[in-house]
Write a protein that binds this ligand. Structure first.
Ligand code: NAD
Length: 434
């Protein structure tokens, strides 16, 4: 369906739907769902339901600011796309651009991701529109604790389990766990995943998203018959996910030639010593790293490399720049980095795409391991975690390759059809209540 035509159908819907559809990200998620639905047998009622979240909660979060003692109000969201196959699961992001539609789209992606990985979860996502870069630790703690209090009625180990995402980390999860535990009156580590290991967190969870991405990249390079030692890599985003992808690929002998974050990007055609860059960013901004040339974000995305890894924010590969990409493999670690218009262009090129819903599924997979361990109070070793992660990632990766080959679909469509089909079958088997 043409985009203009699609937008017309969106506009014709009731106002409640429009609340989500004002967001380009949500329209992008709906469009992907509709395109994938053309390749699977899906009940039209179920399809309509899958376009909408089951529940969306919007809260105001007043907190006292440290700088001048004034009270500032932030808006927070928790959106649960599906609870059909278990609790809903998904990250909590702190970023200035967070809005209801974006969070609803990300919750939908999580449902497909859990479907592909065969995890007993539905998708969810949360977010607060704020800029954590410019907040004190005390402000972030008060924001997190008050948000937890505001969404208390809809979260729980069997209802909805949060994890870190853009702008949040292990400490954020520790505050949520503590706030929830104080409210229910007992220690409840299973309320969140991605928390510190001392509090029941899972060894290897922090690295899991990046590691899962790396397992897929190495498998794709094998298929493309590219020797890792000859491959060059450009990475946008040097946070939790991007820095782990950089380190793991560097350790496997790939040359990391470009790295970017929100402060800018750097380039070195001979490759960076990633350990040295990691040490540098603990003290100073990435762009001030002395052994690299400063380049723009556009130059990073369009540089000539074997593997391009967007690992920062969504919608960075668009209709405008897609035809200028010069990578052989596009490994999507961020959620939604490629717009559907860009996807059409890339599908007509020889770029091999590892789509986000499998590329970054390592995070939710190890979150599942963490949840299971907390419920059973039985912790696994990092070796067990990594072995199981690799096994599940590669199983899903090859299932998608097979689907793509057999049904003549792009990797993205193959992944989406598998994830959506699983979510749709579960709804159909449970039936419509009442
Ligand atoms: P993070 O906050 O740890 O790091 C984000 C990085 O992106 C930082 O280096 C930041 O400087 C950079 N960045 C932010 N805005 C940018 C911009 N406008 N241009 C260039 N760089 C920018 O976040 P993260 O946890 O690494 O998440 C990164 C992406 O991976 C997000 O899309 C997130 O949804 C996705 N993801 C994360 C996880 C996880 O386990 N953390 C799991 C699945 C998916």
């Amino acid at each position: 369906m043409a985009i203009a035509e699609h937008e017309e159908t969106c506009l014709a819907k009731p106002r409640e739907v429009g609340v989500y559809e004002r967001s380009p990200m949500f329209r992008m998620a709906c469009r992907q769902l509709e395109l994938a639905a053309e390749h699977i047998d899906i009940d039209p009622g179920v399809l309509e339901r899958l376009k909408l979240p089951k529940r969306a909660v919007l809260v105001s979060i007043p907190i006292r600011m440290d700088s001048d003692g004034r009270t500032e109000n932030f808006i927070g969201y928790r959106v649960q796309h599906s609870l059909t196959s278990g609790p809903s699961k998904g990250g909590l992001r702190y970023h200035p651009s967070v809005d209801l539609g974006e969070v609803a789209a990300l919750a939908m992606f999580m449902s497909w991701k859990c479907g592909i990985m065969n995890l007993p979860f539905g998708g969810a996502k949360g977010g607060i529109a704020c800029d954590p870069e410019y907040m004190t630790i005390g402000e972030k703690e008060r924001l997190t604790r008050r948000f937890t209090e505001e969404v208390l009625a809809v979260i729980g180990p069997r209802k909805d389990v949060m994890a870190p995402d853009l702008g949040t980390d292990e400490q954020t999860m520790a505050w949520i766990m503590d706030t929830y535990s104080m409210k229910v009156g007992y220690c409840c580590p299973e309320i969140v995943t991605g928390k510190p290991v001392e509090l029941g967190g899972c060894v290897g969870r922090r690295q899991a998203t990046g590691r899962g991405m790396v397992y897929c990249i190495m498998e794709a390079l094998k298929e493309l018959k590219i020797e890792p030692g000859t491959a060059t890599v450009a990475i946008q985003g040097f946070g939790n996910v991007g820095s782990v992808v950089a380190k793991e690929l560097f350790d496997r002998g790939l040359k990391i030639i470009a790295i970017g974050d929100r402060t800018g990007a750097i380039y070195n055609k001979n490759g960076f010593d990633v350990d040295d860059v990691l040490r540098h960013v603990t003290r100073d901004r990435l762009v001030r790293y002395p052994k690299g040339e400063v380049i723009s974000q556009a130059e990073l995305l369009e540089c000539s490399c074997t593997v391009l890894v967007p690992a920062a924010i969504e919608r960075v590969i668009t209709e405008e720049n897609a035809s200028r990409l010069k990578c052989r493999l596009l490994a999507e670690a961020a959620n939604g980095p490629t717009t559907p218009e860009a996807d059409e262009i890339l599908n007509n090129s020889d770029i091999y795409i590892i789509p986000d819903i499998i590329g970054n599924a390592g995070g939710v997979t190890v979150s599942y391991f963490e949840w299971v361990q907390d419920l059973q109070q039985w912790m696994w070793t990092e070796e067990q975690i990594n072995r199981q992660l690799e096994e599940l990632m590669l199983r899903a990766f090859h299932k998608i390759r097979k689907q793509a080959r057999e049904r003549q679909l792009s990797m993205r469509m193959a992944a989406l059809t598998l994830g959506i089909e699983k979510a749709a079958r579960e709804k159909e088997r449970r039936g419509l209540f009442p």
